[in-house]
Design a protein around this ligand. Sequence first.
Ligand code: SF4
Length: 650
Amino acid sequence: MSQNRKPSFLRSPMGLASATVVGLLVVLAIIAPPLWGAQASTPNPANLLRGPSSEHPLGTDGLGRDLLLRTLVATRTTVGMALIATACGAAAGLLLGALPSVLGARAQRWFSAVINTWLAFPVLLLAMLMVILMGTGTVTAVVALALTMTPSFARLAQTLSSKVGGSEYLAAARLLGVPKGRQFTHYVLPNIAEPIIVNVTMSIGGGLLALSSLSFLGVGVQPPSYDWGRMLSEGFEQVYTTPTAVVGPAVMVILAGVSFGMLGESLASFLRERTRGRALSPAKLGPAPVTDPLELDPLQEDVLLDVKGLSVSFPGADGWVRPVQDVSFTLHRGEIVGVVGESGSGKSVTMMSVAQLAPAGAAVTAQRLNFDGTELAGMREQVAAKAIGTDIGIVFQDSLTALNPALRVGTQLAEVPRVHQGATKQEAHERAVEALDSVRIPNAAHRATLFPHEYSGGMRQRALIAMSQIGKPKLIIADEPTTALDVTVQQRVLALLRRECEDSGAAALVVSHDIAVLAELCQRILVMYAGRIVEDVDVRMLAHPEQLAHPYTRALAASLPDLDTDRTKPLATIPGEPPDLSKPVTGCGFADRCALASDRCRTEVPVLVQHRHGGQVACFHPQDGSSPEDSGAAGSETTLHEAHEEGAVA
Ligand code: SF4
């Protein structure tokens, strides 16, 4: 039993040996100076330059001091200097590399430029510069070494923290208004700590060798102080009379350097094993002055969210990729609206942009993005995020990546009461337990103290719903909230989401590729295809596919099984692929898969217009026998049935 609890790196011979040697070095560094310090420093003219003997196993130096005792006593100075230099280098590197992950894209660019310049600076030149500026000595050696270590730690921290910077749990923390300092200490640092610790351990060995070299060259520790490097330098002066003078410090330098390196390697392989056994930053909303906002319709009072002309672009290898183009919709207070579409249709990017959580590098523009009476379009990202406060709650798709693995679930839920409601630690914890209890997590008080990986998938998703609710938001954005769950758990989570919205009066935007999920939960459906909304329709219409207007929506509805569905046959699918949005799409994005496509469909983009089913549709040939005047399309004689016959919609 106890064998199993032992950390596995101590079970490997290399790990055990290196940990033992490092442990002994630490003990020596603590006990040697008080025990033998005075004896090792006091000259003894009677014992000058003696060879090895039982009294002096390594002999004595030119002042008659015992070389073995001096070697042991020098452990503190040598190891201590290496530890301090590495700790300073690692701390500075961490700040430089990891801090920008919570400061935004501009800070990241600046810090990156500093790190690159620093890395390009020759190490030797830096050390010499330090000697010129500060003179020779222990402090100079430590500062020079710390400065040379800083950029490599910064680069490592930058790489590691970039993953955390794009993670959903940090995005959620930003949305919850967690202060930047706390984001850094509670969200970034704990999640990059392990590889950094491994690297620090390895670097101590390298640092120890470097410091010994500096002392050996005469620019490090100066007499009467001494470290192993200094002893090596002095030992070489008497190497012909007392060769053992260099043996002690040389063995210790090699032993300590190799042991720290091996310990780091053992830790690294232990962490790799453990990992085998068991990643949005706010984007700017730039104004898109396509239409003067004053020309837009005035807002209605019961409208919570009004989006007009929202577009999102990313720089790609061959130009701009436009996953969201000219999206417009409204959401009323308390309304639950579904957003459906295939992967890559732009549904998640649209909703995350609304919440100011567009992926890093995205260029977001909108003519109007009015949330609860506040116009967010054109606001700076921090201002917009502050304006939203806790009024938007997010339920992410992957509950494992949406929760900070390094924080207990209760602590994460308690962030909002602590940050926004001025609750004490105890009050915030009680609120977190209540929230977990409200989403029916059994034994909530105990479970609040567990880490995310100790929850089941369904329970984590419920914890995310509790987290999205704890700030009493006016809008909940749920991004594929049930995709990772099995069917039974899916039903419970959907019911819970609906109940939470009904109880709190919050509106919800629920993103899913599964129209059956949305049919159960929502009142209205927005159908997205190739970055645009193609139909906005009452969910009850899904039961009457013949009244749906857009061929793509009809095909989606046809995939919904009902009581008459022949379960022995595969469900209907839509042949073909969505267009590649990294290239300009001319005309209707669905044209290549649509049997009804006309010349006009291939040259002109259909825009959303009112339709007689009460919603809106963007199609030149709507498929319910109507021919909306607004679209200006010539009425199509082709029916969906005929399209099926032609094989365009299977
Ligand atoms: S009929 Fe034309 S506009 Fe309508 S979906 Fe087909 S291609 Fe697009």
